[in-house]
Design a protein around this ligand. Structure first.
Ligand code: FES
Length: 114
């Protein structure tokens, strides 16, 4: 699967996240406070809560159910109770469009089955 358009930059305010569907996978699209875009699987590795409902930090997102935070570059949890990473995907911005390629996973986290 190649890069797919999933949203426009204007759809996502800095410091917020939204859920998009890419090839049947729920993806948490995050715009950091500095405007950079990141894409993670929208499934917390603790108890499968949707990450896009969480709070965005400088380079992490905090799960709104039990408070684990995940690094937006590595997918690794930076606080308990989660101990396993979430998949992180390649994404880019071109002419104001946000594109994701879910075949380009940037870490080796297992893809959640749902
Ligand atoms: S479901 Fe996310 S920290 Fe528990």
């Amino acid at each position: 699967m190649a890069f797919q358009r999933v949203a426009t930059v204007g759809d996502l305010v800095e410091g917020t996240a939204m859920k998009v569907d890419v090839g049947g996978e729920p993806i948490c699209l995050v715009r950091r406070p500095d405007g950079e875009i990141r894409a993670l699987h929208d499934t917390c590795s603790h108890q499968q809560w949707s990450l896009h409902d969480g709070w965005v930090g400088d380079n992490d997102i905090e799960c709104s159910l039990h408070g684990s935070s995940f690094d937006l570059d590595t997918g690794q949890p930076t606080s308990l109770p989660a101990v396993k990473p979430v998949p992180v995907y390649d994404c880019k911005v071109a002419e104001g469009e946000i594109l994701i390629d879910i075949d380009r996973q940037l870490n080796d986290a297992p893809v959640p089955r749902h």
